[in-house]
Ligand binder design. Structure first.
Ligand code: HEM
Length: 446
């Protein structure tokens, strides 16, 4: 009997609420996180229609592991990331996988060795202390902006420690902010509409991306010509050589990887740090316990490796905030048949994975919407909590990012109490990385 080219897709349940032509877009726009969370109740694989494009959402941790790890060779990154190539075509997050992706990963791994991250941690700590010292009691601040500037400043300094790097820092900070703000609209804008001047998000995004690339090109050229080791991420990347071929990355590849790291790392770390303070603002008992731990462990201004290892409760607080505010949607595209628990998925299928939904599964995380750091006393099975993804496409900056968030939280929370401004109700903005709309806070001494 001939096999059905659609595999078993016809038997997959469809999420309710679909409208002709629009599919599930109205439900997705109305309350995206609630919609993604609801999918697991319809089955382990659920069909969602984005307009007329069917996307098959995988809703259990076991099957997400199949897609990300066990059968990862049968998938590429999918639509969402495909369009990010507008920004940096030759960078890890947008590559389809295969040998080019593996070569880039091998060459970039030396940037994130434990010794390197320990070195970057000194920059992270110093900058966080400088910020904490700048504030005074009673200041009204937008904590999300302060944290974003801290993270970007730190990322740029760890990348370019030279004088030219420091000269271009402010412009890069500004452009990454413009790109992040307009990224979602830019990536979903159909190519036919791209040229319309009516779409300011597209224009702003493209102009900032062009500026950023030109600036990073200039820095790369300056490093190449002076040939010095500035003991930073860019010097390490320029020196990296493939063990088999002896070749390194081209200047354009280096530029694209740097641009993407600034964006991928900046937005994720500042959102993660901001969410911690948002949650702490509503949880006085957690705040007290965190403060007690920080007072005991941090006895000198510098937070080193030894202190980080002893900050157990702080790590629970960070994990719990990350669990509550994880990446809402990742996509994959099948290039070979996939077997999802006996369900045959043919090549050419779009898959969706929601880390947010996975981390809100009540079987793994009872009372999932509640901020409860104590739940980490008994860690869940490893593959059920994957804020950095898993397998060969796992976040390359996971340790860097985690260290950055832990140091920022520990340094700022050891010194200050952040009281949420009473007149603002924080909203979660649905984006590639969810972030608070605004985080106005009033500073009080601890
Ligand atoms: C709290 C911070 C962070 C979070 C939550 C996070 C999350 C993620 C996730 C979920 C992925 C996997 C995407 C997928 O499977 O489709 C990823 C990939 C990636 N992240 Fe991060 N990230 C963080 C920080 C960083 C930092 C600091 C950097 C760079 C310095 C970075 C660079 C990257 C890159 C280059 C990839 C693509 C890896 C590949 O495809 O080989 N991220 N990140």
């Amino acid at each position: 009997m001939p096999t059905d080219p659609h595999g078993d897709l016809r038997s997959v349940p469809r999420a309710p609420g679909r409208l002709p032509a629009l599919g599930h877009l109205p439900s997705l726009f109305r309350d995206p996180l609630a919609f993604l969370d609801s999918l697991r109740t319809h089955g382990p694989v659920v069909r969602v229609e984005l307009g007329t494009l069917p996307v098959y959402f995988v809703t259990t941790a076991d099957l997400v592991r199949e897609v990300m790890v066990a059968q990862a060779r049968s998938v590429t990154k999918g639509r969402l990331f495909g369009r990010l190539s507008l920004l940096a075509e030759q960078s890890l997050p947008v590559m389809d996988g295969g040998e080019v992706h593996r070569r880039h990963r091998r060459l970039m791994q030396p940037l994130f060795t434990p010794a390197r991250v320990a070195d970057y941690a000194q920059v992270m700590g110093r900058r966080a202390r400088e910020l904490a010292n700048r504030w005074t009691t009673g200041d009204h601040i937008l904590l999300d902006h302060e944290v974003a500037d801290l993270v970007m400043g730190t990322s740029i300094e760890t990348m370019f420690r030279s004088s030219i790097g420091q000269r271009v820092a402010a412009g890069l900070c500004r452009d990454t902010r413009i790109i992040s703000k307009n990224a979602l609209l830019r990536t979903v804008c159909p190519p036919a509409l791209e040229r319309l001047p009516l779409i300011p998000a597209v224009r702003r995004f493209d102009a900032a991306a062009a500026r950023m690339k030109a600036v990073v090109d200039e820095v790369v050229a300056a490093y190449r010509s002076d040939g010095a080791d500035h003991n930073d991420l860019l010097s390490t990347l320029l020196a990296a050589r493939d063990v088999d071929t002896g070749a390194g990355l081209s200047d354009a590849e280096v530029r694209d990887e740097l641009v993407m790291m600034l964006l991928a790392g900046g937005e994720t770390c500042s959102a993660a740090t901001s969410w911690v303070f948002h949650e702490l603002g509503r949880a006085p008992r957690t705040r007290k316990r965190l403060g007690d731990e920080l007072d005991t462990v941090i006895t000198t201004p510098e937070i080193g490796h030894r202190e980080l290892e002893r900050l157990e409760y702080t790590a629970w607080v960070v994990d719990e905030a990350q669990r509550l505010h994880s990446v809402p949607v990742l996509t994959r595209h099948t290039v070979a048949p996939l077997d999802l628990g006996g369900l045959r998925i043919p090549p050419g299928t779009e898959l969706g994975l929601s880390l947010h939904a996975l981390h809100h599964d009540p079987h793994t995380f009872p009372d999932p919407a509640r901020f409860l750091p104590e739940r980490w006393r008994i860690p869940p099975p490893r593959h059920t909590f994957v804020p950095f993804g898993a397998g060969g496409r796992k976040c390359i900056g996971d340790t860097f990012g985690r260290t950055q968030v832990l140091i920022a939280v520990a340094t700022l929370a050891a010194r200050w109490r952040f009281q949420p401004a009473p007149d603002h109700r924080v909203r979660e903005v649905f984006a590639t990385v969810p972030r608070p709309d605004r985080l106005p806070m009033v500073l009080a001494e601890r």
